[in-house]
Design a protein around this ligand. Sequence first.
Ligand code: ADP
Ligand code: MG
Length: 156
Amino acid sequence: MSAHESSGEPAAPLPPRVEAGHLSLDRASLVAWGEAFGRAARAPLVVTLTGELGAGKTTLAQAICRGYGVRDEVTSPTYSIVQEYESDRTPVYHLDLYRLRGPEELANIGWDDVIVADALVLIEWPERAGAYLPPHVPIRLAHDPAHADHRLLLAG
Ligand SMILES: Nc1ncnc2c1ncn2[C@@H]1O[C@H](COP(=O)(O)OP(=O)(O)O)[C@@H](O)[C@H]1O
Ligand SMILES: [Mg+2]
């Protein structure tokens, strides 16, 4: 144990309302944010996209893919669960685990290879993977109660 850990002090003092920090973005701003994120992303990188149906997970994934350099149209992988795209850089995997009945089904979709690939990996409904999720950048999206056409975004 390091001297710091044994001091009894919190590892990183955070402002008390840090959990409430978020962006409120209209669709164009959310897409612009995603494209900028995609341009800045460097593989290997796993990004999780959490939020209820219609929160904008697929919209954001499409924007991240475009910024990363995917030229093909990115569709929702709800039925296929995994879609692989080529890009100007590494491959991109876009997963939607909504229809996964449990983590034991991960083997059927090539999970072990996807999460160690030199790739950008975007995962909708990451909760379904349970303890099998690798280290990742978490992004949460939610409807904005104050604006029907805005979404709240919380990253990290
Ligand atoms: N600010 C916004 N950001 C993202 N999507 C928005 C926004 N406002 C409205 N929408 C709409 O909400 C829907 C989000 O759908 P989608 O991205 O498929 O969500 P999810 O994958 O989370 O179910 C789309 O029809 C999109 O046009
Ligand atoms: Mg979706």
